[in-house]
Design a protein around this ligand. Structure first.
Ligand code: PRX
Length: 652
């Protein structure tokens, strides 16, 4: 028998939203775009690549040496020139690139000319410190304008940036800087978050004290004015370095396949992967998708409310919008500071017309209630976007009705750090929307649903999401580990890129994402590996063993559940549970703190000693247990089930 909730979900899921005629008429993407791209996919991508500014135009398009792709490989260009100089040269120097709003309420706007000046000065300063083409530079900052400036300055001088999300811990900084041997680390004294100061520089100091042999310079922007230690010879204040630098800086000529950036993401092991993105193909992908998926036009004010520390911010706050000459908003802080209407006050103030956010945020807005939304005039909005995790149909409808006033198409965009750009998505003027479905592959993207044998499943069936042909913004590998690249993405099925997501495709060919199929959790849109959290727990001196899994959560999508057995059969206490949660937060970052933690004398294992995670997931989510016949000791599960799972009282 179906529960009332399940029936409500079905009713919501079955609603259909054809494109509003006024959106369809003027949309950048018209219905013919799919056929046009399909008839010559590589040529279609090349036509987008030609819209960029090349220092040496490409004559080659795709070189596919599976699984290694090269796109436009004999062309030369510079990402910062595409983001800035060409707009200034075209007379758009006075156009606003970013409206900036700090969490404490400070606001200003930055034009394309000002951004180019700032980028040039910082690029000159980096060069003076000896940073050169081919180097890697780590960036660990909050959401301040210096963050995109630092990224673009690296791009200007040909150094690859490796941005480390400001919520990460010192150990995470250490691993990332050392893995790719960064020569410089750009940070700030602190960052504002919910009225508190996050000690960014102190976190860097703590990481550096553990040993960073490649690191020569630390550059510190001033934001919170808190006291920080400055190591003579190594540490430099940003404002002092740039003070005497000129506002012109010769950009490096970069090959299309030169590394633009690394971005670390969690996989199924404890060691994060440095995903490699190169220049020409990546810019092509983000420019095309930003223009067509968000239907971006010159008079729009666009706001992607993600953090630049994740791929969404790289592609849709920095490179995509700037390459399209867009006017965007950057907001520093959390949506509930000083009150729960902060985002709506920003939409109203800047007349935001395109808003891109995450389901976890939308569910929080739902919980807070529509009264916060109603305080503000949101009539400027015309397109809404969602990213990061599956959006449940109820949240989709709430977003559509309460934020979009039932007039704005909602584009649910599926993609990954690895794909660089949006892959499966509606196009606002073309697609009939279905709440909860990311609908169809973007033009010239060949996604499929396959079974365990790698065979395409018929419409109406489910399986693994795969991509069948290379695309320009695809990852070019994992830093320093080609084998892992091949192993992770190209070994389960022949000739197919494995995304790691389970998906169903309905009778009309629309995709419905079901979540990860591997040991990766998705908490508030953040990718966290179960093994990473387990390693952090086992690192604590009292822990003997730990197993971690995700549990469905009303707000964050999934929440982290940890099962821990202590050394010497210690039964554990509430205080120790708190200490262990904090330990994980300190080791990895505050967003990885387990919400639930249960002590258990033993973990359920097979006779060969493998932890049975499937059972743990069943226990965590309160389901009937599946097959337990392979368990070495079935008493363990009964014991575990009888223990109440302790819920964290303290939230991040
Ligand atoms: O599981 C999918 C989920 O997020 C994963 C990628 O995470 P990350 O590399 O951190 O990038 C997030 C932002 C692009 C995917 O494997 N995911 C992302 N967007 C969606 C999604 N799941 C369902 N629907 C989406 N729209």
């Amino acid at each position: 028998m179906q529960t009332k909730d399940a029936i409500d979900t079905l009713l919501v899921e079955s609603r259909r939203f054809p494109p509003p005629p006024e959106v369809a008429k003027n949309a950048n993407a018209q219905p013919g775009v799919y056929e046009e791209a399909q008839s010559d996919p590589v040529g279609w991508w090349a036509s987008w690549a030609r819209k960029l500014e090349w220092m040496k135009p490409f004559t080659q398009t795709l070189e596919w040496n599976e699984p290694f792709a090269k796109w436009f490989a004999d062309g030369e260009l510079n990402a910062s020139v595409n983001a800035l100089d060409r707009h200034v040269r075209a007379g758009k120097g006075t156009r606003v690139a970013y409206y900036y709003e700090g969490e404490p309420g400070d606001r200003w706007s930055i034009t394309y000319q000002q951004l180019l000046d700032d980028v040039s000065r910082f690029a000159n300063a980096l060069r003076k410190l000896g940073v050169k083409k081919g180097d890697r530079v780590a960036i660990y900052m909050g959401m301040i304008p210096e963050l995109p400036v630092a990224m673009l300055a690296c791009a200007r001088i040909g150094a690859a940036h490796s941005v480390i999300f400001g919520g990460f811990s010192p150990d995470s900084i250490l691993d990332r800087v050392n893995d790719s041997q960064c020569v410089a680390l750009v940070t700030a004294d602190g960052a504002w978050r919910r009225g508190n100061k996050v000690p960014l520089k102190a976190n860097c100091d703590s990481a550096i004290s553990k040993g960073m042999p490649s690191l020569k310079h630390v550059i510190v922007a001033k934001r919170t004015d808190q006291h920080v230690h400055m190591e003579p010879g190594r540490d430099h204040w940003w404002h002092e370095l740039v003070a005497a630098e000129p506002t012109t800086c010769e950009p490096e000529r970069m090959n299309a396949e030169d590394l633009l950036y690394l971005l670390y993401t969690s996989g199924t092991t404890a060691r994060p992967k440095g995903i490699k993105h190169t220049t020409g193909g990546y810019l092509t992908g983000v420019t095309a998708t930003h223009k067509l998926v968000f239907d971006y036009k010159d008079d729009d004010v666009y706001w992607c409310a993600a953090d630049i520390g994740w791929v969404t911010g790289h592609s849709y706050i920095v490179y995509g919008p700037l390459c399209n000459g867009a006017t965007s908003v950057i907001y520093e802080g959390t949506p509930d500071y000083p009150d729960k209407d902060r985002l709506w006050s920003i939409v109203e103030r800047y007349k935001v017309s395109i808003l891109y956010t995450a389901p976890t945020a939308i569910r929080a807005f739902m919980k807070w209630g529509p009264e916060y939304v109603r305080k503000h005039d949101l009539r400027s909005l015309r397109i809404l976007g969602s990213v990061g995790e599956p959006i449940n149909p109820e949240a989709w409808i709430w977003y559509y009705e309460h934020i979009g006033g039932s007039r704005c198409p909602v584009v649910d965009t599926w993609w990954q750090t690895e794909t660089g750009a949006i892959m499966i998505t509606p196009l606002p003027g073309v697609t009939t929307l279905k709440p909860g479905s990311a609908t169809k592959p973007f033009p010239a993207i060949f996604a499929d649903v396959v079974n365990d044998a790698g065979e395409s499943v018929a419409l109406g069936g489910g399986g693994y999401c795969v991509i069948k042909q290379p695309w320009p913004s695809m990852l070019r590998g994992i830093w320093g580990d080609d084998d892992r690249y091949v192993q992770t993405y190209w070994s389960k099925f022949q000739h197919l890129y494995l995304a790691g997501d389970g998906v169903k495709r309905d009778e009309e060919g629309d995709f419905w994402f079901m979540g990860r199929i591997d040991d990766v959790m998705n908490v508030s849109g953040h990718r966290i590996s179960t093994t990473e959290v387990e390693s952090a727990l086992v690192d604590h001196p009292s822990v003997a063993e730990a197993a971690v899994c995700g549990k469905l959560d009303e707000i964050t999508g999934q929440a982290i559940v940890a099962f821990v057995s202590l050394k010497g059969g210690d039964p554990g206490t509430n205080d120790l549970a708190e200490e262990l949660r904090d330990h994980v937060a300190t080791k990895l970052g505050r967003f990885t703190r387990p919400k639930y933690l249960t002590f258990t004398p033993e973990l359920p294992k097979t006779r060969s000693g493998k932890i049975m995670r499937r059972l743990l997931r069943d226990i965590a989510e309160g389901r009937m247990l599946g097959d337990t016949t392979t368990l070495a000791d079935s008493g363990v599960v009964e014991e575990l089930r009888s223990r109440a799972i302790t819920e964290a009282a303290k939230e991040d």
